[in-house]
Design a protein around this ligand. Structure first.
Ligand code: UD1
Ligand code: CA
Length: 453
């Protein structure tokens, strides 16, 4: 079959009351436009109607999607007509044209393919999804009267029609010849003075042509016109996603306060506690304990790792890690197996070798720690001299005492020890004690003399 897919994405999304074009708002970390383009990705030719902030929207598109500019947004019918007139569309002969709105992210791909099949089998002029809704407000209504079928928009409905609860999805499969020969019959004599694509249903019906109407579950055709609908859809999708993880053996203490992007992966046996946010390309291994209060962005967490009350950003933790409470792994932290980064410790752009510990109150930045390094409380890498960043290297088995400043660039040799409170500016050789500290003076009887004054 030769199918063209068209996403309608030129509208401003006025009801969103937001500067951002509607299709660039995200649901579970994925932009609406990408939900739509994913649905039509299998078709031979793919078009996206852009208009409001056309460049911003076009920039989001993969190469095999052709943006078509609709300079004035005269309605959904006008949007499709604009594509049909375009040379990049006309170059090809299509049998079917699938049109989907850019603001309906939950469209089921399998059902869409089913719809196309039915249109083909019945040699119908068109097919579309409808749904029976408890809250049809805002949608076009499917008006059936004896033999006649048409779609009437909310703003054009009379009181009787407004009570109809069968709604139009805005998702259509047209026979290409039918679409080509009837698109110019659409007019704008309606409440919004717009050219409605929906009028093609009445037109097909008047010509006594067959059409296919498939009723689907309401949530799969839920449109996003406002922030509260965005929240509703996101909420639904979040519940579904968490359910899928639960079906695969992931424990959730409190799904209501757990926020997981659709691109995240969690392996079975892991436990996700309350108020946890997993974002972007994050992957959680098996048998991890994440949260409560964890925020993990674009990071990979290996098996048997705990992340408790902590933030992990663009970092990697291998297995048996222990992160937190109150740790901050900033971008480029790469932790090997059995690493601990504990309370009030921060790492950035650093490699930390197997079995090493940064247990508390420390900063490790632009550093490479070997295996079994102990980086004690209050120790920090002084990586920034005010204009440049420098590297610190700590070899296997080294012990960095408390409150040590490692002024980079500097290297601490294998099994070396750094005395507490030292400001280390020179390399320390293997197995040496590096210490930089004044001798302690005890002044006898000082407090008695002080009292007498
Ligand atoms: C539309 C349908 C309605 C259906 C609903 C389903 C029409 C006339 N109405 O209403 O029957 O129940 O979707 O969600 O089709 N767009 C353009 N160019 C335009 C106008 C719109 O590209 O000139 C795009 C919008 O960016 C949006 C999509 O088309 O992505 C739908 O437009 P919208 O204004 O949201 O239509 P609805 O009022 O929701
Ligand atoms: Ca809409």
């Amino acid at each position: 079959m030769n199918i063209a897919g068209i996403v309608l994405a030129a509208g401003k999304g006025t009801r969103m009351k937001s500067e951002l074009p509607k299709v660039l708002h995200s649901v579970l970390g994925k932009k609406l436009i990408h939900y739509a383009t994913d649905v039509i990705s299998d078709f031979e030719h793919k078009f996206v109607v852009v208009g409001h902030e056309a460049d911003l929207v076009s920039n989001e598109l993969a190469e095999d999607f052709t943006p078509i500019l609709q300079s004035i947004q005269n309605g959904t019918g006008h949007a499709v007509a604009t594509v049909l007139e375009d040379e990049s569309f006309n170059r090809f002969n299509h049998e079917y044209v699938v049109v989907i709105p850019g603001d309906v992210p939950l469209i089921n791909k399998d059902s869409l393919h089913q719809l196309i099949k039915e249109v083909k089998n019945k040699n119908a002029s068109l097919g579309f999804f409808s749904s029976v809704s408890n809250n049809p407000f805002g949608y076009g209504r499917v008006v059936r009267d004896g033999e006649s079928i048409s779609i009437v928009e909310e703003k054009d409905c009379n009181d009787e029609q407004r009570k109809i609860n069968e709604i139009n999805s805005g998702i259509y499969c047209f026979n290409a010849d039918f679409l080509q020969s009837n698109i110019n019959q659409l007019s704008n004599t309606n409440a919004q003075s717009e050219i409605y694509l929906t009028d093609l249903i009445g037109i097909a019906n008047n010509q006594k042509l067959d059409m296919v109407i498939v009723q689907v579950e309401e949530h799969s055709i839920q449109g996003i016109n406002s922030m509260s609908q965005l929240n509703e859809v996101e909420d639904n999708l979040q519940k579904k996603l968490i359910q899928q993880f639960m079906d695969n053996g992931v424990y959730f203490q409190d799904p209501a306060t757990t926020y997981i992007d659709e691109s995240v992966n969690i392996s079975s046996g892991s436990k996700i506690f309350a108020n946890t946010h997993l974002k972007g390309t994050t992957t959680i291994g098996e048998n991890c304990v994440i949260g409560p209060n964890a925020q993990i962005n674009n990071s990979t967490i290996g098996n048997n790792t705990t992340v408790f009350n902590s933030v992990v950003d663009e970092s990697t933790v291998q297995s048996n890690g222990s992160i937190g409470p109150f740790a901050h792994l900033r971008p480029g932290s790469e932790l090997s197996d059995n690493v601990k980064v504990g309370a009030f410790a921060e790492t950035k752009n650093s490699k930390i070798g197997q079995g090493s510990k940064v247990p508390h109150l420390a900063y490790v930045g632009d550093a490479e720690l070997g295996e079994n390094v102990n980086f004690s409380a209050g120790a920090i890498t002084v990586n920034y001299d005010g204009s440049n960043k420098h590297q610190t290297k700590i070899e296997d088995g080294a012990f960095i005492g408390s409150d040590v400043m490692l002024v980079a660039p500097v290297t601490i040799g294998k099994d070396a020890m750094i005395g507490a409170g030292s400001v280390i500016t020179k390399d320390v050789p293997e197995k040496a004690l590096g210490i930089e500290r004044n001798h302690q003076k005890n002044i006898e009887g000082y407090m008695d003399r002080k009292k007498k004054k």
